[in-house]
Write a protein that binds this ligand. Structure first.
Ligand SMILES: [Zn+2]
Ligand SMILES: [Zn+2]
Length: 334
């Protein structure tokens, strides 16, 4: 079986591995599409803390079931939920499997899906019938946004501001719109803002190279954001986001960065702000994304910007990781 492994930072190698044997609780998947994620690029560049090498990357997967079993039919299109939760810790018992204390993420803590055959725990595999493989490869990435929106309890009519309009921010904007919110995209990149305005149809755009708060006040008639999300991965942007939130509002950090952040406590306190982390996604979020793709509420045709075959992936990987390449989502076929 062909596989691509990250041996050490900066190196991807093509391998021929023996066919894996599925365990008793696993279903054998034939991987058909792999979405490339910021996490994969960070791992490749050695910027992912606590990452161990060598590692087979890849957690945004569209697959077909290779053999009948565990309630699945051979050939059926499926999406694996790449977060292997323990089922026993306090978070799992509270239904928050996305932030399990003992979580193992496929392609991060254990080997992922950059290979032809991949046995995955059957309880982590969802049917994705009725969708094409490229749509299925975007489900995990979009589920991160769906989860953040669910977590913030975004309500119809609320001004919802999203800083950082890469693939995660775009997912947040989609699911905020579906929740009926009025959406504002914030970015330093004018091309990304143009995409949000012209393709996603956001209600307003904010150029983060200028005074963000002044622009938000103008857009909202002085009210700022009822819910603000950070998907920038940039500490200064995360710290600035406290000032985007209206009194009584919520601030959600999807970004994770090394080190500490600071904020102005009088501002935080006087607005009685709620600060939330948002990590991964749950089965309900995956299901919501599958439904939104099936109904056409989310169209991924402008989202997938780059494609290649598995055999060409190593050559494309590093160039794709350069922001100047204009990649929103790259998808590999096999
Ligand atoms: Zn991802
Ligand atoms: Zn757990």
């Amino acid at each position: 079986m062909k596989a691509i492994r990250c041996t050490k930072p900066g190196y991807l190698e093509s391998l021929d591995l023996p066919e894996p044997e599925p365990g008793e609780d696993e279903v054998m998947l034939r991987v058909r599409r792999i979405g490339i994620c910021g996490t994969d690029y960070h791992a490749f560049h050695g910027r992912q803390p606590f990452f161990e090498y060598p590692r087979i990357l890849g957690h945004e997967l569209a697959a077909e079931v290779a053999e009948d079993g565990a309630g699945f039919k051979a050939g059926q299109t499926v999406v694996p939920i790449p977060y292997l939760e323990c089922g026993e810790c306090p978070a799992c018992l509270a239904g928050k499997t996305n932030c399990c204390r003992n979580i193992k993420v496929l392609g991060v803590h254990v080997d992922g899906g950059m290979r032809e055959l991949f046995p995955v725990r059957a309880s982590n595999v969802l049917p994705a019938d009725g969708l094409d493989l490229e749509q299925v490869a975007t489900v995990e990435c979009l589920a991160i946004g769906a989860h953040a929106v669910r977590r913030a309890g975004v309500a119809a009519g609320e001004w919802t501001a999203v800083a950082g309009t890469g693939p995660i921010g775009i997912g947040v904007l989609h699911f905020a719109r579906i929740a009926g919110a009025r959406t504002i995209a914030i970015d330093i990149n004018p091309d990304r803002l143009a995409h949000c305005r012209d393709v996603l149809g956001v209600d307003a755009c904010v150029d983060a190279r200028e005074d963000v708060v002044a622009q938000l006040r103008e857009i909202t008639g002085g009210d700022l954001a009822a819910a603000a999300f950070d998907a920038t991965g940039a500490p200064p942007a995360m710290e600035a986001a406290f000032s985007y939130v209206e009194h009584g509002g919520r601030l959600v950090f999807i970004s994770v960065v090394k080190g500490q952040l600071s904020f102005d406590d009088p501002l935080f306190h006087s607005r009685e702000m709620t600060l939330m982390g948002s990590r991964n996604a749950t089965r309900a979020d995956f299901q919501q994304v599958l439904d939104a793709l099936r109904s056409g509420a989310v169209d991924i045709s402008p989202f997938v910007t780059h494609r290649c075959e598995f055999g060409e992936m190593i050559d494309h990987f590093e160039p794709w990781s350069d922001p100047a390449a204009g990649v929103i989502k790259a998808v590999v076929s096999l």
